[in-house]
Each structure stands twice: as structure tokens, then as C-alpha cells.
Design a protein around this ligand. Structure first.
Ligand SMILES: [Zn+2]
Length: 239
């Protein structure tokens, strides 16, 4: 009788283990099938994307509202130099133009909501200049604004300049896109435009660490230095 009981127990345990294996197996198979299905859907989507004409990419781009990545993908698929590319650019600029005006309006409301005497408006051709007017513009406030200023968001919607103004309508330039490209010549200190001037990388030591820095030179200094037979960057500015 005892023996029979233990046989029963062994059988029970064995069938439980078998069941668990079977479950695990079918789960694994289901997972693989799901993966295959997704791969197939993805490949089909890719095929459809590849077959779209520039006009269709343009239409899709206009349709998509909240998925920036998907939008950019359609935009990038439109060949440059086509009418569709031109229209896409125009469409994006019109949209950004609205966003810039909306930015000023929202900023003003938000500031008034928290009790700050503040006005904001856009100006210039296509509203690319933003003016923030504070009734009381103290050095502390300017410092705080500068610290929290996020130019990337503004750049993305096409702002080129941000001006702070006080109650007496005195102006202070907070940020100007052009400034991002301005540096001083390493040798003479003249202002150069980093998009067009000569530059070279140089390694600078910080203790045991070496870090690459870019040095910029004006045309005059560059030609003087190359006549002397020295690389422009071989002559430090303080010499
Ligand atoms: Zn120079």
C-alpha cells in the first residue's frame, strides 16, 4: 500500500514537470512567432516607405503632427532640388512662424500667471526676433534668465535673436544666432566667422589629461604665419 502511494506521488510529480516544460515550450514558440510577425510587418512597412513618391512623402509629412522622428524621415526622403523639397521647406517654415508667435503669447501668459510684470512679442521679417519686456529688469533677473535660457528650442523653431527690455525700453541682447559663429582670432584677436575662417585642432594639457581644442585664425594671420613657415597654431596668441 505504501509503495503504491509513492508510485502515485512520483507519477504526479513527473506529470507536473512535463506540464511545466510544455508550457515553457509553447511560451517560447509564441514569443518567436510574435517576433516573426513584427519583423514581417516592419519589412512590409519599409517596402511601402521605399516605394513612396516625393509627393507622397510630402503629403505624409504634412499629415503627421506629433511624431517628429517620423516626420523628419519623410522630409529627408524627399530629394533636394525638387519642387516637393521646396514646398516641404515652405510648409515647415510657415508652421515654425506660427510657433514663434505662439511662443511669445504663451510666455506672456505664463509670466502674468505667476505675477511677473511682463510682455513678450515678436518682430522683424517673419517674426524671428523675440522681445521680452520686464518692468523691472535687475542684474539678478538678467543673470537668472541667462542661466535658464534654452536656445536650442528657440533655434529649432527659427528664432534668430532674443532681446530683453526694461521698463525704460533699454535693450539687452540675450542671444543672437550670429554670435554662435563668432570667435576671436587666436593671434590678433580680430573677430572671425567660424563657418568661413581657417581653423585647426590643438591638444591642450590639463595636468595629465590632454583635450583637443579648436583655434581660429583670421586670413591675415594665417597668411603671415604660413609665410613664416609655421603652422598657424604653432604660435600661441600670447607670444
Ligand atoms: Zn588674426
Amino acid at each position: 500500500m505504501i509503495k503504491l502511494k509513492s508510485y502515485g506521488l512520483i507519477l504526479l510529480v513527473m506529470s507536473l514537470v512535463g506540464l511545466l516544460f510544455a508550457c515553457g515550450y509553447s511560451e517560447e514558440r509564441e514569443r518567436r512567432e510574435r517576433e516573426e510577425r513584427w519583423k514581417k510587418i516592419f519589412a512590409e512597412q519599409e517596402e511601402i516607405f521605399k516605394r513612396l513618391t516625393p509627393q507622397e512623402h510630402l503629403a505624409k509629412m504634412k499629415e503627421i503632427k506629433n511624431n517628429r522622428q517620423a516626420r523628419e524621415r519623410h522630409f529627408n526622403a524627399i530629394p533636394k532640388g525638387t519642387l516637393e523639397h521646396e514646398e516641404a521647406l515652405k510648409f515647415l517654415e510657415e508652421e515654425n512662424h506660427k510657433k514663434r508667435i505662439e511662443w511669445a503669447r504663451k510666455m506672456q501668459n505664463d509670466m502674468l500667471d505667476i505675477g511677473i510684470n511682463f510682455e513678450a512679442w515678436t518682430k522683424g521679417k517673419n517674426d524671428t526676433i523675440l522681445v521680452y519686456k520686464y518692468l523691472h529688469l535687475t542684474p539678478v533677473r538678467i543673470h537668472r534668465i541667462e542661466k535658464n535660457f534654452r536656445q536650442q528650442d528657440m533655434r529649432e523653431i527659427g528664432f534668430k535673436k532674443v532681446i530683453l527690455m526694461d521698463g525704460l525700453r533699454r535693450e539687452y541682447i540675450l542671444w543672437e544666432e550670429e554670435d554662435d559663429y563668432k570667435r576671436r582670432c587666436e593671434r590678433c584677436g580680430a573677430i572671425v566667422d567660424i563657418r568661413t575662417c581657417y581653423s585647426q585642432e590643438k591638444l591642450i594639457s590639463f595636468g595629465t589629461l590632454k583635450a583637443p581644442v579648436t583655434e581660429y585664425y583670421c586670413d591675415t594671420c594665417k597668411s603671415i604665419l604660413s609665410k613664416l613657415g609655421e603652422g598657424a597654431g604653432d604660435v600661441p596668441s600670447h607670444k
